[in-house]
Design a protein around this ligand. Structure first.
Ligand SMILES: Cc1cc2nc3c(=O)[nH]c(=O)nc-3n(C[C@H](O)[C@H](O)[C@H](O)COP(=O)(O)OP(=O)(O)OC[C@H]3O[C@@H](n4cnc5c(N)ncnc54)[C@H](O)[C@@H]3O)c2cc1C
Length: 473
């Protein structure tokens, strides 16, 4: 599209076409608002990027999304239901401990039987309701919270690997109030995590008359041709209201309308447009620069958020090269087990159509907050490390087939100590009074499901905040 064909005035301009910006723009458009979504790259989806290469379908970013009702509503709304594929809900995730893979226990009987943690760790868990609640105010690290309430072993063997998988994070640095606010609330309100969880489960059972459409037990989902189907469908739903390859030259407050003026450069042409509300849905470090002139306090808070790097190293093997049956979602490896790879997702076991007949495809993640130097290694070295780890954990033999490696220098925002308080301060400055909203994975949840939920909420708030459309007067 040529920017000179663009209208001058929009109800809302959204900057950044990752899942957060796309969902906010899509929902606002569905609500009858005039929107424009501006993306600096030449494609939409941000971290989501599926690639078809030599008969393998690989994901360079996220691999799957949980089947929450917000996600399923969106899939239906976009007419993507026929494209949706789901993983086997019984497929276990494994943790590599003491030279063996152990399935993560997903039920109380499985927890009693598991060899992942010792009998004394299980007994320690039973004592959790009797551990005194913390009196101090302020945020606490996940490591400190878990040690206090659940014991060292649960921290090292269950919680730390889970945090590597979701945040690529360090439990000593991450804030329990920001990452697991429910657990912190259980302790402060019920005096115990177990007690609080039981109370919450009973409450939700009493409310089960409400229809729920989520895929129980929150199955992992993707699409036949990869996760990119979702951003691509969202982009189509916007029609011409999406500008890719555009550069924001400046943002200023429009004093006569109390909205914003956005100056854009696109294919050598410059244009200024007006909007009554603005959503910035870029990563935090970009948002900080964009907002410096119009909202310096928010910009300064957002600039404090740090990211952990990750390299995604997909490798393929012929089925007979792998000594262990790949009968699950994949494995996570706690630090200190002699394996540098953080985790391995068994794509071809999880979803159909990921590898040609006779082959398996594994996406291996390396780096994170505890090993940031790993992403700087060359391809040869990354492949060597990951292949050696897989030989040890999965008994693979022979040479791997190489697939394209992706390095995310700033992959996942880290909700470190102070993050919950920072987000509250950011949010108190945003909203109807300022005409400005933020959306993105650095606020309240890094998963795709969290991003979708937050972006939907932003769209609803904006719709309520701006004047009725002329059509609805
Ligand atoms: C390797 C990896 C694996 C992951 N695995 C999973 C998983 O399996 N399941 C899951 O639920 N989540 C996973 N996640 C997390 C999830 O993918 C992200 O949190 C989510 O996609 C972030 O979406 P976003 O829209 O907030 O940001 P982004 O995807 O970062 O989008 C931001 C957009 O803003 C654009 N932009 C940047 N600067 C500008 C500018 N100046 N002007 C205009 N546009 C700009 C960018 O190009 C981008 O398109 C993973 C993430 C990574 C990196």
């Amino acid at each position: 599209m040529n920017i000179n064909q663009l209208d001058m005035n929009f109800d809302s301009v959204i900057i950044g076409a990752g899942i957060s910006g796309l969902v906010a723009a899509h929902r606002l458009k569905r609500l009858g608002r005039e929107v424009l979504l501006i993306e600096s790259g030449d494609r939409v989806g941000g971290a989501i990027c599926s690639r078809d290469t030599e008969g393998f379908l690989i994901e360079c970013g996220p691999n799957s999304v949980r089947g929450s009702h917000e996600f399923l509503d969106l899939v239906e709304d976009l007419n993507l239901t026929d494209e949706l594929i789901t993983g086997d809900p019984r497929a276990p995730a494994y943790v590599y401990i003491d030279g063996k893979l152990h399935a993560v226990p997903m039920s109380p009987p499985a927890l009693i039987k598991t060899k992942l943690i010792s009998t004394s760790a299980k007994l320690r868990l039973l004592r959790e309701p009797f551990v005194k609640a913390r009196r101090e105010r302020g945020e606490e690290s996940i490591a400190s919270f878990a040690r206090r309430r659940l014991g060292d072993e649960i921290l090292e063997r269950l919680i730390a690997p889970f945090l590597s998988g979701v945040y690529a994070g360090d439990p000593e640095q991450l804030s329990v109030q920001a990452c697991f606010s429910k657990l912190a609330e259980f302790e402060s309100e019920a005096g115990s995590v177990v007690g609080g969880a039981l109370r919450a489960a009973m409450k939700s059972r009493r409310q089960q008359d409400k229809p729920k459409r989520s895929l129980r037990p929150y199955r992992l989902c993707s699409f036949r041709h990869g996760l990119s189907a979702l951003p691509e469908a969202l982009a189509r739903s916007l029609g011409g209201k999406l500008l890719t390859g555009a550069r924001i030259i400046g943002i200023s407050k429009n004093s006569s309308t109390s909205g914003f003026e956005i100056r854009i450069e696109h294919r050598g042409e410059n244009r200024a447009i007006n909007c009554s509300t603005l959503v910035v849905s870029t990563p935090a470090y970009v948002a900080a620069g964009l907002l410096d002139g119009v909202a310096p306090e928010i910009a300064a808070l957002v600039a404090e958020i740090r990211y952990a790097p990750i390299a995604s190293v997909p490798l393929a093997y012929r089925v007979e090269q792998v000594g262990r049956k790949l009968d699950g979602f994949g494995f996570l490896a706690p630090r200190g087990e002699g394996v540098r790879t953080l985790g391995s997702i068994w794509n071809s076991s999880l979803f159909a159509g990921r590898a040609p007949e006779g082959w398996v495809c594994l996406t291996n993640l390396i780096g994170g907050a505890t090993d940031p130097e790993a992403v700087k290694l060359g391809d040869e070295e990354l492949i060597r490390i990951v292949h050696n780890d897989l030989s040890r954990v999965l008994d693979v033999s022979g040479e791997p087939r190489r697939l394209p490696i992706t390095r995310h220098e700033r992959a996942i925002p880290q909700y470190t100590l102070g993050h919950a308080a920072r987000v509250e301060r950011i949010e108190s400055e945003l909203g109807a009074a300022s005409g400005l909203w933020l959306a993105g994975n650095y606020l309240r949840g890094v998963s795709l499901g969290d991003c979708i939920k937050q972006a939907e909420r932003v769209a609803v708030e904006i719709n309520q905040a701006i004047q009725p459309t002329s059509a609805s007067i």
